[in-house]
Design a protein. Structure first.
Length: 295
């Protein structure tokens, strides 16, 4: 009888002293930023977990997914804790810089990931310079029209009171037009705001103000009408994309389109659907929290 008691006592002691063992699998579908990783927790004898993703963010989920906006080398660390003891496991992951240039615009209604076009280098380089200066941080989407576009980038909008008239501010210079017949106003297009043709016959762009197209469904009739108006013929590829995603073709070939939204279409919908005052300013401010360059 005592032999069996001793056996169970030993088992109980071993079980209570079992140390947590941290381990995990890390998978990703891309080695190029921006990218996401999926983490599968393989730890034993643990009651709680703390993940450190190596980019200043953490999680206590068991099997988290995490997004990386920037390229670079990251150390992912899992701390598994049980019975007041902790074990740590770390693994490294590297994301290469994308060939294309992307920006991440964080707003109070969500994040927008935008690809900048290389065939509009003056506009690309200008917005990169402004981003590096943190020019856009804290500015508003000061003009929003559902089914059309959301406009921002006026420096006067930072901290602007509700009665402040907005839309005329800038960095004190304009950018020569880079209107490209292959860059059109699909939903999510990033384009430069500008003064009208009468005051601005060369169609130079604002130095900082931009708009993101919300738009609506596009059919053959509207594209045919635009071709007749401008004399520019849409390729079959552009037509098919317009039919698929919609946009605002009435603006085509008149403004410089220098980027395209690739993530955050629900966010541009949310911005476009916000209630607005006379003059198209949102009733509740939609703020650009920050804009980051993705390398």
């Amino acid at each position: 009888m005592s032999k069996y008691l001793f056996y169970f006592l030993v088992i109980g002691t071993l079980s209570s002293c079992a140390k947590p063992m941290a381990d995990f699998l890390l998978t990703t579908e891309s080695s190029v930023a921006p990218a996401s990783i999926q983490l599968e927790n393989k730890s034993n004898n643990a009651e709680s977990y703390l993940w450190d993703f190596g980019d200043g963010t953490t999680s206590t989920e068991v099997n988290p997914e995490h997004n990386y906006s920037l390229s670079g080398r990251y150390i992912v660390t899992l701390s598994a804790t049980g019975k007041n003891k902790t074990d740590v496991k770390a693994k490294e992951i590297v994301f290469d810089a994308p060939k294309e240039c992307f920006i991440l615009m964080k707003t109070t209604l969500g994040d927008l990931m935008i690809q900048l076009y290389d065939d509009t280098p003056l506009h690309r380089d200008n917005i990169i310079k402004l981003i590096q200066e943190k020019y856009y941080d804290g500015l508003l989407f000061h003009r929003v029209i559902k089914g059309f576009m959301a406009q921002g980038g006026d420096p006067n909008s930072k901290g602007a009171g509700p009665e402040t008239r907005l839309g005329s501010g800038g960095p004190g210079y304009t950018i020569p037009a880079e209107i490209n017949n292959n860059r059109v106003h699909f939903k999510g297009a990033l384009a430069a705001a500008r003064q009208g043709d009468q005051a601005n016959p060369k169609r130079n762009s604002s130095g900082s103000q931009f708009y993101i197209v919300h738009g609506g469904p596009v059919g053959e009739t509207s594209l045919n009408r635009q071709e007749q108006s401008t004399g520019v013929i849409y390729s079959d590829e552009l037509r098919e994309k317009y039919y698929e995603v919609g946009g605002t073709p009435a603006l085509d070939f008149k403004y410089t389109v220098f980027g395209q939204l690739i993530e955050g279409f629900d966010v541009i919908d949310a911005i476009a659907n916000t209630a607005t005052l006379p003059g198209d300013r949102p009733v509740e401010d939609v703020q650009i929290i920050s804009v980051e360059l993705i390398r």
